[in-house]
Design a protein around this ligand. Structure first.
Ligand SMILES: [Zn+2]
Length: 232
């Protein structure tokens, strides 16, 4: 079964994603956030095999009065609440995240924890971005905030760029693809990873960047309350 799953990922890995179509779904979520007087950031997780929506969410920091309720984490939490933690992790590890704004350092770290397959984002998050701007947490937790431009270049040159099924170390010295790990019987697959091993995931930025920036501009130019919460 694991071999069949791995073969499926390898095959679909050669089929390019329609990044713009999926980002438009994330933009719908951003519009939902704006309608709720939230900084408009939206996210959708897309299954790498069948390209269906695994989870969706939008920023809810003002409504929840909780600065951690970013779109990515909302989507993760809704999925976990609906199918359970172990199943949610298995699905997230077979998912490519589309988010309208570069994940902040909190979310970029959380995405490594859940083992997302890959990430595509729209606008750069210059101050707080954790996927190449302030930090490059998609490419390892030791990355330092040296020069944002250099980090972005490094991210684009990363050997992980464009890969759908990342490989991470397993306890016992073996390696596992996202597909074979998700087929394991350990429940929460993260437990099977070597302690301290950081899951790296490929990132591409600038997908529908103009539209993703525009939705933020409209929000701020509208004099929205809670603009300070835009520090996402
Ligand atoms: Zn975030």
């Amino acid at each position: 079964m694991a071999a069949a799953a791995a073969a499926a990922v390898a095959t679909t890995g050669e089929r390019p994603f329609d990044d713009e179509a999926h980002m438009r779904e994330a933009l719908v979520e951003a519009d939902c956030a704006a309608a709720r007087h939230e900084v408009p950031v939206g996210a959708v997780f897309i299954d790498v095999d069948d390209r269906t929506v695994v989870a969706r969410g939008h920023n809810l920091t003002n409504n929840a009065m909780n600065g951690a309720r970013h779109a990515e984490l909302e989507a993760v939490d809704v999925l976990m609440a609906s199918v359970g933690g172990a199943e949610a992790l298995a699905r997230l590890r077979r998912s490519r995240l589309y988010v309208t704004l570069e994940p902040c350092v909190m979310c970029a770290s959380a995405l490594a924890k859940v083992g997302v397959a890959s990430v595509a984002f729209g606008a750069w998050n210059d101050k707080f971005g954790g996927a190449g701007s302030a930090l490059a947490l998609h490419d390892g937790w030791r990355s330092a905030p040296a020069d944002a431009g250099a980090l972005r270049e490094a991210a684009l040159r990363s050997p992980y760029a464009g890969r759908v099924a990342p490989v991470w170390p397993m306890a016992g010295g073996g390696v596992a693809t996202s597909a074979s790990a998700s087929a394991s019987t350990s429940g929460i697959e993260g437990e099977a990873r070597e302690p301290g091993a950081w899951h790296r995931y490929p990132v591409v930025g600038g997908v529908l960047k103009g539209a993703c920036i525009e939705v933020l501009k409209r929000f701020y130019e509208g004099g929205a309350e809670g603009a300070a919460a835009g520090e996402v």
